[in-house]
Unconditional design. Structure first.
Length: 488
């Protein structure tokens, strides 16, 4: 429960990574101790940069950031596990969360694992765990520090519904301050008591009180009022300018009247409200399916057996399942059972028990984007995915995914996680795959885009194999076959 003391305050804070690329423009807001705040904004607006400034990892280029007390502890659950952490054991990973050695570290880890619903061996390497398990480890790493200010960046990514419900309950009872970045509307509405909205167009932050749904309704109503006011003002401006034009041609004293009319029109223009632009949504799109030769029998993937991890050991089951053109297959099972491993083997054609038609073009959406070359520009990543170079098609398709000319020049490593996700879908569209492999395709994606993505996947005419932990998203997509690894 929030109290009257301010634990965090931004005072006219500005920030830009390089000259002319401003993310924040004299932003001011305050956060009360014990409050649960959602930080919202478009993909790439600068939300993660605000978190890094709060944590002291980035310094503002203007203004000041105050924490009360000045030595308030801060911990951040990041979106993606760092490469440096992948070689650490679980015990070594959590030991790094503390400045001093914790002699009862194993108990601390066990307690926080109860919160995030994990049960992992402490001597196993971080890199050996699935994406879902790593997401929970990232969350546990922040929680184990019991900070004064807890920063959670997309904490529901890779969590199943049980995990999301468990996290929601924990945050509702968390007595210290918590700021969350998330695109999961239902999750946010369950515990939020305030919203900070970062407007990508004005580089300002608007502050609202209330739960997520209340704030969204308030923003919608405010925009409607401002649009009506602007319409009235615009009508007045048009009328006064027309009157000024008439009087100006009559000469004499009426010229002075015309001058006053023009001045009144200019004053009305100054009173037009600068309406906050709504979040842009990607355009509806289609992922074209690969065209095969006429002799092709339509069988793209043939599963002869599949493996799952049960109680730390692999379990294999024979299977005879053919995935043909226009067939959508869903792989299900809890975190850590081997879903991502199965998709990885499928994408790399590295399984002796799964046949893929030789000429098949494979499109792979990998949940951590590690199949992208982060040193490439976004433009080059899209260009290499095309069988034939077509500059107009590349740029028009990219624009539909909110990737403008400036973003296309950027290296992939500089893009936000959400922008990497949109880039990945844009690549799939240009690639024209025969087999589409999707590993948690909702991760990092703004919820406004999800219905459009679901529609594109539902209509895809090639073979599709998908893993997703979001039932509402899956329900919008035609599923023809399901492999439940937990039932093996």
């Amino acid at each position: 429960m929030a109290n009257d003391s301010i634990v965090l305050r931004f005072s006219e804070v500005s920030f830009e990574y390089e000259h002319g690329k401003k993310l924040l423009d004299e932003v001011s807001f305050s956060v009360r101790a014990g409050s649960r705040i959602t930080l919202m904004g478009q993909n790439g607006a600068g939300k993660s940069s605000i978190f890094k400034m709060i944590a002291g990892e980035l310094a503002p280029t203007g203004g000041q950031i105050f924490r009360t007390p000045a030595n308030a502890t801060i911990a951040m659950a990041r979106q993606v596990m760092s490469k440096e952490s992948l070689g650490l054991s679980v015990r070594e990973y959590f030991a790094a969360a503390f400045d001093e050695q914790k002699y009862n570290l194993d108990k601390f880890i066990k307690d926080v694992f109860d919160v995030v619903h994990l049960d992992l061996p402490l001597d196993k390497k971080i890199g050996e765990f699935s994406g879902g398990q790593q997401a929970r480890l990232l969350l546990a790493y922040a929680l184990i520090q019991n900070p004064d200010i807890l920063l959670l960046d997309e904490p529901t990514n890779n969590l199943d519904q049980y995990g999301i419900d468990h996290l929601t309950g924990f945050l509702m009872s968390y007595e210290k301050t918590c700021l969350v970045i998330s695109h999961d509307a239902n999750f946010l509405n369950a515990f939020t008591d305030g919203v900070l909205y970062l407007d990508a167009f004005t580089q300002k932050v608007e502050q609202y009180t209330g739960n997520y749904n209340d704030v969204m309704e308030e923003i919608k109503n405010r925009m409607e009022r401002e649009n009506l006011q602007n319409a009235r003002m615009q009508k007045q401006i048009t009328e006064k300018r027309a009157q000024a034009e008439v009087f100006a041609h009559k000469g004499g004293k009426l010229r002075a009247v015309a001058k006053r009319m023009r001045e009144a029109a200019e004053e009305a223009e100054e009173n037009i409200v600068d309406v906050r632009q709504e979040d842009r949504t990607i355009r509806p799109f289609t992922i074209p399916a690969q065209e095969y030769q006429s002799y092709f029998d339509g069988k793209i993937v043939h599963f002869h057996s599949v493996s799952a991890i049960k109680k730390g050991a692999p379990v294999e089951k024979k299977l005879d399942l053919a995935v043909r053109k226009n067939t959508h297959l869903l792989i299900t099972g809890p975190n850590g059972i081997g879903k991502s491993t199965l998709l990885e083997k499928l994408a790399n054609r590295s399984s002796n028990h799964i046949e893929i038609a030789k000429e098949t073009v494979i499109g792979y959406y990998k949940q951590d984007f590690s199949n992208l070359d982060f040193d490439q520009t976004a433009y080059d990543a899209l260009k290499e995915s095309m069988a034939e170079s077509d500059e107009h098609l590349l740029r028009s398709t990219a624009a539909g995914f909110l990737l403008d000319g400036k973003l296309l020049k950027n290296h992939i490593r500089s893009l936000s996680e959400g922008q990497k996700g949109l880039l990945s879908f844009c690549r799939l569209t240009l690639l024209r795959p025969g087999l589409l492999i999707l590993d948690e395709p909702t991760n990092h994606i703004n919820f406004r885009h999800l219905p459009i993505i679901a529609q594109a996947l539902d209509q895809y005419k090639g073979a599709m194999v998908m893993v997703s932990h979001i039932p509402d998203f899956v329900s919008q997509i035609r599923i023809d076959e399901t492999i439940d690894l937990d039932a093996l």
